[in-house]
Design a protein around this ligand. Structure first.
Ligand code: PLP
Length: 408
């Protein structure tokens, strides 16, 4: 008799986006004359930068000609892309990351979800709350947690992100082995300072732990004091893995290209305490289960690093940050405490009320969709996330409507 992996039955069903869709659909059918603006989405809205589109076309033509056709490429990514990443995203920031420490993939979601496979079943986890759900759910599937009780899994050390700590979690007072951090943060838009990251690196070094650092929103950082990479912190090469993606910087959410950095100086230990290269383990896993990103897509990603690509992607993030600035300043003028939006495309609003009640108020009275914070974890309650991924016109209209609704 075939049996299931019973860890899957521990997963708390995620009704967040389907619940939102249901409520929006119900409102729309009852009020067909009232257009709805969606500011809840975590997906980009602007098309691919022209430099990426040209590279995609040219590479497609190469694939159509016998002389330039390519079959399987290196699983870890083509050297032209890995070298461009190492030069522009790391060497230029003073980080000693080599091209062969970069693994190109089809998404930071899959990489941040798959990476836990190479670590022990009984390691101790530290995971922020609120959180990008992938970090938690993939560890539940792997059997590293107990049951979900009162919105929390047994066996996880939750890192509370609250107004009191400005949504940057404190270091736990107990040892943990695998620590998930995401800055600029989804959903809160919070960023971590150099000192805060240095404290995490020191903690990881002390406990021989590993930090999984998700910097998918790095391109939105504008404050020159805020590190873009964990490797800007001394000593991080021995304790951190970094995830990056072309999804948010260059509109690749539907095109699919990302990368993971695993330094060769990073070690994890067997039960006898002997060190093993994490780079070698991830290389083994990646080459066994993954066959590389499509050549034209890697060419399109590499075009991000051309002079035009740099200018065009900067314009893209500037555009979204312009929306974010409008959203944050307007909401603050309405008396709502907010963070984010200055170095991230998300604004996290402390509504001080039930997050679904606030969601319903915006939907019913302003025809604006936000994301209830409770969907991202226990500490998300009392908050909603508003996203800057939309047209300027929609953002302005939505803000006018929100102002009216909250005044009434
Ligand atoms: C959007 C996002 C990613 C990027 O995922 P892809 O699979 O590369 O599209 C990674 N981490 C977080 C927190 C995100 O919000």
């Amino acid at each position: 008799m075939i049996r299931i992996n019973e860890n899957f039955t521990k997963l708390k069903a995620s009704y967040l986006f389907s619940d939102i869709a249901k409520r929006v659909a119900a409102y729309a059918s009852a009020h067909p004359d009232k257009p709805i603006i969606r500011l809840g989405i975590g997906d980009v809205t602007e098309p691919l930068p022209p430099a990426c589109v040209s590279a995609l076309h040219a590479a497609t033509d190469e694939m159509a000609a016998r002389d330039t056709f390519r079959g399987y490429g290196p699983e870890q990514g083509y050297p032209f892309l890995r070298e461009a990443i190492a030069a522009h995203d790391y060497a230029a920031r003073g980080c000693a990351i080599e091209a062969d420490e970069i693994f190109v993939s089809d998404g930071a979601k899959c990489d941040s979800g798959n990476i836990q496979e190479i670590f022990g079943a009984d390691i101790r986890l530290a995971i922020p709350d609120p959180v990008y759900p992938v970090y938690v759910d993939t560890n539940v599937m792997a059997g590293r947690t107990g049951a979900n009780i009162d919105d929390r899994y047994e066996g996880i050390t939750y890192l509370d992100c609250t107004p009191a700590n400005r949504y940057v979690p404190a270091i736990p007072d107990t040892p943990t082995d695998l620590i998930y951090l995401c800055f600029p943060n989804n959903p809160t838009g919070a960023v971590a300072t150099r000192d805060q990251l240095a404290a995490w690196v020191a903690y990881a070094r002390e406990h021989r732990a590993i930090i999984l650092y998700d910097s998918a929103y790095e391109a939105f950082i504008r404050d020159p004091q805020i590190p873009h990479s964990i490797y800007e912190i001394e000593g991080a090469r021995e304790v951190a893995i970094e995830f990056r993606s072309f999804s948010k910087i260059a509109g690749f959410t539907g095109t699919r290209c990302a990368y993971t950095v695993v330094p060769k100086s990073l070690h994890a230990y067997d039960s006898a305490g002997a060190p093993h290269s994490v780079h070698a383990l991830w290389n083994r896993r990646h080459t066994t289960k993954f066959n590389g990103v499509a050549y034209p897509i890697q060419r399109a990603a590499a075009a991000v690093y051309s002079a035009e690509g740099q200018q065009q992607t900067r314009a893209l993030t500037e555009f979204y940050l312009g929306n974010a600035k409008l959203i944050r300043s307007r909401l603050e003028s309405l008396g709502l405490p907010c963070i984010g939006g200055d170095n991230a495309p998300y604004i996290w609003i402390n509504t001080g009320t039930d997050s679904w009640a606030f969601f319903d108020k915006l939907l019913n009275e302003a025809q604006v969709v936000c994301t209830p914070g409770a969907g991202f974890g226990k500490c998300g309650e009392g908050h909603v996330r508003i996203s800057a991924f939309n047209s300027r016109e929609n953002v302005e209209t939505a803000l006018d409507r929100i102002a009216k609704a909250l005044a009434s």
